[in-house]
Ligand binder design. Structure first.
Ligand SMILES: Nc1ncnc2c1ncn2[C@@H]1O[C@H](COP(=O)(O)OP(=O)(O)OP(=O)(O)O)[C@@H](O)[C@H]1O
Ligand SMILES: [Mg+2]
Length: 351
């Protein structure tokens, strides 16, 4: 079960311990299209820690999925990582820069299947179409855990049951095409969790599911997070979910992180005008209600027409003339969050 939270206790979320599982620095992933370069990710700095959930927030098109896919190096052409590093720290303490790992390398393949699992909104991406669901999960379990075939089968049925698949022993024998969309989504989540990854990247995994199943799956993720000390990166538009499950939050806008910090600081005292606008109708912590991100004045600019300087300035009520259009603000520490905004920077004051 997700931990119970005290609504106004800013000290309830302890700071992260130890080194991050993943340390992303200056990550850029660009698409080289016929019309120009789409800077989908344009200088992201992020850390994901074991036993913590980092939620990524931001409007559609701000680069959340491409950032997540960059970690596993599954960005489709014409997308390419053009700068930055994604340092992953393995169980043995060894680090590897995934941004620079060769595409076909064994190291990358091993990490993908074993250490880092990803669940998507679209289940067919990760389920093989011509093998029965149960067999796919059993194979994953056998690959990653020292159990017998029979035990693997039992674990598989148990996990199918846990993700809310009725009659799991029967469904074990089903092919993906025989299941409804919702059931396939659950089967994919079961498969991702069955390999007991150290890091789970979940890109809007429950958006298509009904509220009860969504809650069950979030509980299961939270349970496994505690049990396995798994790190979780969860991309969601649902602020209620963020309030419920996140320790850490990062807010993205046009390919950059504009603010990040622990969930209480971000919800109670957001510093960036974009975060403030996003959270205007924030659900009360402790009593989360389902709420989608509210609309913000204007629209996200076309990716090929990025404003100069701070990309949010064209929608920002507090933009500073002759400051915000000139340079891109860097993330700086401000109380308990980090924020990229000239309102909080000495540069803007002319120091
Ligand atoms: N294959 C592609 N070719 C060109 N541009 C792309 C491609 N895939 C994504 N993009 C662009 O990259 C940017 C980031 O997209 P991304 O899918 O990461 O957004 P997102 O934050 O996940 O949005 P959503 O909330 O809708 O899922 C967008 O401007 C998108 O148009
Ligand atoms: Mg997305």
């Amino acid at each position: 079960m997700p931990q119970t939270r005290m609504p106004t206790d800013p000290f309830h979320i302890a700071p992260p311990e130890g080194s991050p599982l993943i340390e992303i620095r200056g990550l850029q992933t660009h698409f080289f299209t016929d019309d120009g370069i789409v800077k989908a990710v344009d200088g992201v700095d992020l850390d994901v820690y074991a036993n913590r959930t980092l939620c990524i927030l931001g409007e559609s098109g701000c680069g959340k999925s491409i950032m997540a896919r960059s970690i596993l190096r599954i960005v489709d052409a014409p997308g390419k990582i053009t700068a930055g590093s994604i340092v992953y720290r393995g169980a043995d303490g060894q680090t590897i820069d995934l941004a620079k790992a060769r595409h076909v390398s064994k190291a990358l393949r091993d990490i993908r299947g074993q250490d880092i699992a990803m669940i998507f909104q679209e289940p067919m991406v990760s389920l093989g179409p011509i093998q029965k669901i149960g067999r796919q999960i059993v194979e994953t379990i056998l690959l990653h855990r020292s159990v017998t075939k029979r035990e693997a089968r039992e674990i598989a049925i148990e996990i199918l049951d846990k993700v809310g698949i009725p009659k799991p022993a029967e469904r074990f024998e089903a092919y993906p095409f025989e299941l409804s969309g919702g059931m396939r989504q659950r089967a994919m989540i079961a498969m991702a969790l069955s390999c007991q990854p150290r890091l789970l990247i979940a890109d809007e995994p429950t958006t298509a599911l009904d509220v009860t199943t969504q809650a069950q799956i979030l509980d299961l993720i939270a349970e496994l997070k505690e049990e396995l000390k798994m790190g979780v990166m969860l991309i969601t538009h649902d602020l209620g979910v963020v309030a419920e499950v996140a320790e850490d939050v990062a807010v993205m806008y046009m390919g950059r992180v504009v603010e990040k910090g622990d969930v209480f600081s971000i919800f109670e005292n957001p510093q960036h005008p974009y975060t403030q606008a996003l959270l205007k109708s924030v659900p009360k912590l402790g009593a989360p209600k389902k709420k989608r991100l509210p609309a913000i004045r204007g629209m996200v600019p076309h990716p090929l027409a990025r404003p100069s300087g701070c990309t949010f300035r064209t929608r920002c009520d507090r933009a500073i003339a002759r400051v915000c259009e000139l340079r891109q603000p860097a993330l700086i520490k401000r109380d308990s969050t980090e924020v990229a905004c000239f309102l909080h920077s000495k540069e803007a004051a002319g120091d």
